[in-house]
Ligand binder design. Sequence first.
Ligand SMILES: [Zn+2]
Length: 432
Amino acid sequence: MLCHDDQSNIVPVEHRKVTYRLYPSKTQAAALLHLLRLHQQLYNAALDQRITAWRRRRVSLSYADQCRELTDLRRECPEFATANCSSQQRTLRRLDIAFQAFFRRVKERGERAGFPRFKSLHAFPGFGFKSHGDGWRFVPGADGKHGKLRLQGVGVVKARGQARTGGTIKACEVLHRDGVWSLSLTVECQPIRAGGIAACGLDWGVSDFATLALTDGTHRSIANPRLGQQAERGIRIAARAVARKKRGSNNRRKAARHLRRLRQRLANRRRDFAHQRSAELAGRFALIATEELNVKNMTATACGTADAPGRNVRAKAGLNREILDTAPAAFLALLRYKATEAGSEIVEVPTRTLKPSQRCPACLRVEKKTLSQRMHCCPCGHVEPRDAASGRVALNWVLGQMQSGREPTLRERAGVAPPAHETPSIPQDWMG
Ligand SMILES: [Zn+2]
């Protein structure tokens, strides 16, 4: 669906999630927990029913089958009828999605696919609601900050948080983790953010998170925060503490909670980093040229097979850990949607034919470098740090494509025409 905004630019309508922290009173928290338990019981019962139906009758139950049974269940057990019906349908839908994902994994990977699991109360993430007004209503505070959630059977719960772009509230999830309640609103909106005018080539790295090659011939680095490395020791110690405690004991429960908190904190810090840096990039550049990112290939194990064992296995394992620590795929996903909001473009260059990390950005000569070679020194006289040179090859390739008119979708407003000496003429055979 497309709409026109004030400047009569076409801005697509998107769904965005906004998270609020909920502050229930003691009685409200008890009511929320009661609802959570009802949903957990429903989920587990529906899972059990699917398994039994398959074992006894070789029938796979569908979402629609289970929705029909929900009606009976609500009639027979008045306790279940206290919860919102369409919210319970959403829990059944979640189970259905878990099964679809399972069947897809079976197709792709054979027998190693994990089967949907029964969930304990503390592992049960929460419950959702569909149409706004059906059992729930969210009223944002003045100036769009914070707000109040009115929930059927719970009351009016205070919420803290802020949406970046206002819009129409569509759905919500009430989430629970370690005694903390939060609300994830789905908002239909037309997100717009201020975009930049510069162009850069972006190279993903390990010692630096990323290197940006700029059109004026300079480069900038985004340091790798190494968040995983920092948190690793604490998490290892906490995990050991859990393992040492007796199963089912109070102490073990406490230790497990501490471990979950540490992991949660690491995840939060990673997410913050990715959100902040991607917002900066989207706000500054109208054009970002980068390599196709294939994390699966990048982090493939070097083990090899018993017949042909790989080399440098431990070094590669360490490198994989560092690559995954930076969560590049998650970062690129954020960068993509923020770039879209800002009206800027991310262009992925064909890595295999272009070979940005081996090609000289000045004379286009290809020479294989080892990973330890950090400087690009070409016989033509071009000297530049390896990552910057690689980003520059990608940047020059995209600018060359624009000039030769093969990429008409790129926006004129980018205003990124480079000085002549920076854009090498592109040989016709580049695309292989
Ligand atoms: Zn050269």
